[in-house]
Design a protein around this ligand. Sequence first.
Ligand code: DLL
Length: 433
Amino acid sequence: MEHYFQEEIECADSRTLRKIQDEKLVKQVKHVWDNVEYYRKKMEEKGLTPDDIKGIDDLHKLPFLSKADLREAYPYGLVGKPLKDCVRIQSTSGTTGKRVVAFYTQHDLDLWEDCCARAICAAGGTNEDVCQVSYGYGLFTGGPGLNGGSHKVGCLTIPTSSGNTERQIMFIRDLNATILCCTPSYAAYIGETMKEMGLTPDQIPLKAGIFGAEAWSEEMRQDIQKTLGIKAYDIYGLTELSGPGVAFECSEQNGMHINEDHFYAEIIDPDTGEVLPEGTQGELVFTSLDKEAFPLLRYRTRDICTLTRKKCSCGRTHVRMTKPKGRTDDMLIIRGVNVFPSQIETVLLNNGYAANYQIIVDRVNNTDTFEVKVEMTPEMFTDNIGEIENRQRALTDGLKAMLGIKAKVSLVAPKSITRSEGKAVRVIDNRKI
Ligand code: DLL
């Protein structure tokens, strides 16, 4: 039986949902106009006032916000409440430029945790469950978000944070953890370590995992499900909007329901900004509908996906997004061809490798070089050069068929690529362009 955290809203009929969204949007725009000078100026430049926004149908009139705006307005320029009413900040792990710093009132924390609680229930979680949260705690939103959601559901929560993998496994076993929350790359690493410790899936009490914060392929899901003996659910989110729980998978495991009573989604053409029809791939844009401290209107995520309103067997009515295929800014352009790390991962997993790889790009004599370093699994490890060459050739062909360009494939020994406890670093781009 499907289990919901807030059934009435999660399964609301489309007219009811739209009415709620229309009303909330009008209020949110007014709130931003009154309290966020930075965005009011943007609206004024377009000749808009709050009166022009009567509901979702008018959303397209509003100007976009981008990461560049967040940087320019750093740290307080987009805050919509006096700091005395704010109770928390969280921040991204951004490596380039200034980090994004997001602010929350108690109301904002509550709605964020509700979203995470919906995700946990959709993964089958109840107050009978023991939920181990192995996302990082601190400025990163993964730990605090799932921790809050887990409390709301009433799970017995183990806040291990990331790292110390053998201790993670000890807690899972000793305290009978049934739900594991972490990045998919860390879940794969935990699985690998369990195997090395001689543990089989039936010796592990876990039944579900809630994995997100980075792109992962369907093949990687199958791998993790098998190694840990669980059902693995995807969860999506970003610091700017709150954190994890903006969207989550249900028992269908076929796209993530967006919590669209709080976050309204649009898909746009990243080049022209034009809103695209349902089912078309493009850049995901979000409008918060009821945030107080850090309300964002038409925020460009740079994540690429499609939306569908097709009926879902779980009973939830909220729009679903596909797994982000990548980010417009994670997309590599190699010799003029668009390459997403997720495409490479699909080829590797289809050929029996694990998701331990690195993509190294450079530019020599004005030509891009493209190398994919892939770890052999312990089972396939050999020092027979002929066999290694055959394997490399097969992967080169597989990648060529997927991407249309040739990569130099280097097979390396098991365990030689550094494991990640948080988001994995897959791409090393040494080009100075
Ligand atoms: O990664 C929030 C989060 C924590 C989500 C834990 C899920 C679980 P940021 O660090 O701000 O926030 O990074 C947000 O990560 O724009 C996507 O590009 C990527 N991302 C997040 N979830 C997924 C996912 C957190 N399920 C950025 N699949 C987003 C693919 C994801 N990419």
